[in-house]
Design a protein around this ligand. Sequence first.
Ligand code: GRF
Length: 201
Amino acid sequence: MTSIAVFASGNGSNFQAIIDAIQSGDLAAEVKLLVCDKQDAFVLKRAKQSGIDTFAFQPKAYASKAAFERQIAAELEKLKIEYLVLAGYMRLIGPTLLERFSNKIINIHPSLLPAFPGIDAIGQALRAGVEETGVTIHFVDEGMDTGPIIAQKRVKVCSKDTEETLAAKIHELEHRFYPATLQQLFHQASEGAEHGKKSVN
Ligand code: GRF
């Protein structure tokens, strides 16, 4: 079973989708910790309701990003976390975590990257007048939504779409696509590890 920590800053509907997929047996993983950088985020209530431990911190209480990431890393190491799953975490991950969890940090972004990185990707797409946008799941590197792409899915933009209707379509897709992609990734990683073991024996 893959041990994960979810990082989120806001509503947490993707966090919820991951929890629900685990509960229904569609995702073989355990969310051991929710890391949240906002004391009043709704995602903290979701975690409490599901009995998931939280590490909620105030970035301003630390001298630097490295300082709070060192504390996060200590929490993650205590729990033997294997993957960091970002779901609406509104901060760039710094070198402290990137070095410790190299190729083990995953993010979901509501556009077809490399188009529309950064904040308000759905609004950016709408204002650009594109006929399709989508969702990207990717490994995290030091850039803003720039890491290697794992999977993408398209969403049509209709002329009648508003930011609300387009966001609803994208979120509905995200809630199925993120757990399914994580399941595939963790499954492949564990098969790879098994394979590795066998060839050593
Ligand atoms: C999602 O659209 C995700 O793609 C982006 O942030 C949003 C988080 O939504 N990175 P929620 O907090 O999971 O509802």
